[in-house]
Design a protein around this ligand. Structure first.
Ligand SMILES: [Zn+2]
Length: 232
């Protein structure tokens, strides 16, 4: 039946009919997006769990998932002083399913951005408001990934909300400097995830304040130097 005849027959505006036809022909609805491990039959594990663990750590630190657009937009902000970290965020997004990654540089920061319908499938922690104002719990499959790749998860967390600094201690007229790692986050849930991953990696930590954690013991710093290192 011709399009005009359908509209006339139904007594429905052309735009509405076009909308119905368009939606039923929409590729994203009629064909599963094979890049999403959860929307294919059968569902599978994430394709690159090491990169996923890193992206999850980054997202929980400085990431944001905007769902008010037609296509969800994942943004991870990073200081322009760390081009190596920016490149790593982009690589992680691509490894997890992004087709394209963009950059929005402003006021010394780069917002690394990627639009994809399936970011909410991969990052179900999205929600309204700030992360520290809501409960953040990992799903069973996310916990499994983080348990296998705690180092990559810590790398993401410390690349976003952490740093490696020289701590100076004055003693007996001398100044001693030793490296330490700090992680700062207002969410008690995210802090707990960081502590769990450190425990799993055999790294001793202590809290400097309710929102700041420190790893200062030599053995722990050596472990984190292996999986995190200084941001560059
Ligand atoms: Zn999906």
């Amino acid at each position: 039946m011709p399009f005009a005849a359908i509209c006339a027959d139904l007594e429905v505006p052309r735009d509405t009919v076009a909308g119905w036809l368009y939606r039923t022909r929409d590729k994203s609805r009629s064909q599963p997006d094979l890049r999403c491990p959860f929307c294919t039959e059968p569902a599978r594990a994430v394709d690159d769990p090491a990169w996923y663990a890193y992206l999850l750590g980054m997202y929980l630190g400085d990431g944001h998932l905007l769902l008010t657009r037609r296509v969800p937009l994942l943004t991870v902000a990073c200081d322009l002083r760390y081009p190596g970290v920016i490149a790593e965020i982009e690589a992680a997004m691509l490894a997890c399913g992004a087709r394209r990654v963009g950059h929005q540089r402003r006021e010394g920061r780069d917002a690394v951005r990627s639009s994809w319908m399936h970011w909410p499938c991969l990052l179900p922690q999205h929600g309204i408001g700030k992360k520290h104002d809501r409960t953040i719990t990992l799903t069973a499959w996310q916990r499994a990934v983080v348990d296998v790749f705690p180092g990559q998860f810590l790398r993401g967390l410390f690349h976003s909300d952490g740093c490696r600094t020289e701590n100076k201690v004055h003693a007996a007229g001398k100044v001693y400097a030793y490296p330490r790692y700090m992680f700062t986050n207002k969410s008690a849930d995210i802090m707990r995830l960081c502590q769990d991953a450190l425990d799993r990696s055999g790294v001793r930590w202590r809290m400097c304040s309710p929102i700041q954690l420190s790893v200062a013991r030599r053995e722990g710093v050596v472990v984190l130097d292996g999986v995190v290192g200084a941001k560059c």
